[in-house]
Design a binder for this molecule. Sequence first.
Ligand code: SF4
Length: 178
Amino acid sequence: MKNIIEKLIENKIFQSVEIETKDIIISEEILSYCKANKCGKYNTNWTCPPAIPSIYQLKEQYNRYSTALIYNIIYPLEDSFDWDGMLGALKDSNNTANKIAKYLHTLKLDFKVLKSGSCDICDKCTYPDNPCKHPDIAYPPLEAYGINVMELAKKFNLNYYNGVNTITYFTIFFYNHE
Ligand code: SF4
C-alpha cells in the first residue's frame, strides 16, 4: 500500500513515514477543541463531531489497521495572510487524498484515511438533513481523531513548519500489510 500511495503522488509528496498505528498519540485536549468549535466546523458536516462516531468508536475502527502512512505536502503562499492560498492548499491536499482513496477502492483494498480539515467535497454538505453523498471518500479530519499534528510531526521527524510563506498539510492512510 505504501508504494502505491507514494507512487500516486510522487510529484507532490514532501516527506512520508510508515509507522505502527499503536504509536499514534490521541490527545484529549485536541478533542476538546472540536467541542469548543475552534475551527467553526463543529456540527456542520458528516465528517466532524457530533456526526462521526465518538473517539472511542473511531479508535476501534482505525485500530483494526496495524499500519499508518503519514505524508505531508508543502504549498507556497503569497504571504502569511494569504487565506485564499491556504484554503486552496487545503482543497488540493484533500483532493489528492480523495484521488488516492478512489484509486485504492478500485483495487478493492481495505483502508481508512484521516485528512487535514473537514470534508469539502460537495459545494454544500447535505448534513444534517440527508445522508452523505460520498461516504466512501468522506473521511474525518486528523483533529477529530484527537491527533495533535504538530506533535505527530515532531515524533516521527516530519517537518510541520517549512519556512516563511508556506503551509504544510498532513494526511494519514491506515491499512494492514497484505
Ligand atoms: S461528501 Fe459531501 S455530503 Fe458527505 S460529508 Fe463531504 S461535503 Fe458532506
